[in-house]
Design a protein around this ligand. Structure first.
Ligand code: TXA
Ligand code: MG
Length: 364
């Protein structure tokens, strides 16, 4: 991904994108996770445009994206001056996480500096920050010399885009948007989010490629699951993570998961038997192992049985299948294990929000 994709854009194009951001416009850009819809984090009007373009409720906070400091010949870069304008109380644990995982697919939530705009935090006293690893994102941020807020570049509740063409199709006819093309996103699902704002326990708000197990082994820091910490603190009704809504990341075609060997059971929810069903099958399984169904035409779609490759292609597959006119899409339930938590989480929400009426779904 890295060296090829940075060649996709001349510095003149990046400069134009920087100018757009400075002028209060929106720019879509690639990150290693998914494409983001960017705006100047210091411009309240630009931030409002993001909410309007996405159809996102204004109390759902955005992530601020920052450039990594230059490394020069130091062994370790100094993140403190980069974060100081945004964050109150930068703990030792926070710096440990940052030094190990940034730039990369990890978002950290801090108590915010008072200068951080309420428009971007949804009125909360915390701010989410990440330094994306994609070279085009880094070049854009370095040249912009400021924070860029960037939600995933999709309409609210829909599947996140992992290519420039996906972004284009999300906003076709609605928005004349500058899109930086960095090829296909490598990680494929959104960053892991960890809340450091309580000051005692780091809490996992959204699972992703970087797991609590990896964090523990690389930093010695234990990350708690929301259920493991004081429930009242986490459950004040504020929509901290829009991806935490039951319906999210959803295709228009009905989507369900099936347990190993139980494809026909998954159809039972659909009494008027669907005739064209796409069934995702692990590449490690030779076939569905089903006897079939007299009135259903199944077509197998092979999906990787390795969690990282699966994540990298999940949204691509959902988007492509959604375009193909199936009556129903079936995906295998991911196996147990924290490396699968990110994709299990996205698939569950995608199933819940899927179907033709998902755009008007109460929760999406
Ligand atoms: O990988 C990613 O994180 C991508 C790329 C573009 O960077 N961005 C992304 O943004 O997924 P978005 O807006 O689609 O999801 C960000 C999530 C939201 O669900 C939001 O609620 C949560 O981060 N968030 C933002 N600020 C927060 C805060 N102060 N406290 C808790 N959660 C926060
Ligand atoms: Mg999103």
């Amino acid at each position: 991904m890295s060296s090829d994709s940075s060649a996709l854009h001349s510095s003149a194009v990046i400069n134009e994108a920087v100018q757009n951001l400075r002028d209060g416009g929106l720019v879509a850009f690639p990150t290693e996770t998914v494409y983001g819809l960017g705006a100047d984090a210091k411009n309240p009007d630009a931030i409002k445009q993001i909410f309007t373009a996405k159809g996102r409720p204004s109390n759902h906070p955005l992530i601020v994206h920052l450039a990594a400091p230059d490394k020069f010949d130091q062994a370790q870069v100094d993140w403190v001056p980069v974060l100081a304008p945004w964050v109150r109380d930068l703990s030792e644990d926070a710096l440990k996480l940052i030094n190990v995982f940034w730039p990369g697919p990890l978002t950290l939530v801090f108590k915010k500096d008072k200068s951080v705009l309420n428009e971007l935090t949804g009125g909360q006293d915390t701010v989410a920050i990440r330094a994306p690893a994609h070279p085009i994102a880094q070049e854009l941020l370095r040249k912009f010399k400021g924070g860029v807020v960037a939600p995933s570049a999709n309409r609210f509740g829909k599947v996140s885009p992992t290519s420039a063409a996906d972004v284009r199709s999300e906003f076709q006819g609605m928005l004349d948007l500058m899109i930086l093309d960095g090829g296909d996103c490598e990680v494929g699902i959104e960053s892991t989010i960890i809340d450091l704002s309580s000051g005692d326990h780091p809490v996992l708000l959204r699972p992703g490629l970087i797991t609590p197990g990896e964090i523990l082994s690389k930093t010695g820091i234990k990350v708690y699951l929301p259920g493991e910490v004081n429930a009242t603190k986490q459950d004040d009704g504020l929509p901290r993570v829009s991806g935490s809504l039951r319906a999210h990341y959803a295709p228009t075609t009905p989507l369900r998961m099936y347990a190993p060997g139980r494809v026909l059971d998954a159809l039972s929810e659909f009494p008027d038997i669907k005739s064209r069903v796409a069934v995702a099958v692990w590449d490690s399984d030779s076939s569905l192992g089903e006897d079939g169904h007299p009135s259903v035409h199944f077509e197998e779609v092979i999906v990787p049985s390795d969690s990282t490759s699966f994540a990298s292609r999940l949204y691509r597959s959902l988007r492509d299948l959604d375009q193909q006119g199936w009556d129903l899409i079936l995906f295998p339930e991911p196996p147990a294990g924290e490396e699968w938590d990110g994709v299990r989480d996205r698939l569950q929400r995608a199933c819940f929000g899927s179907g033709p009426s998902s755009s008007s779904h109460a929760n999406s």
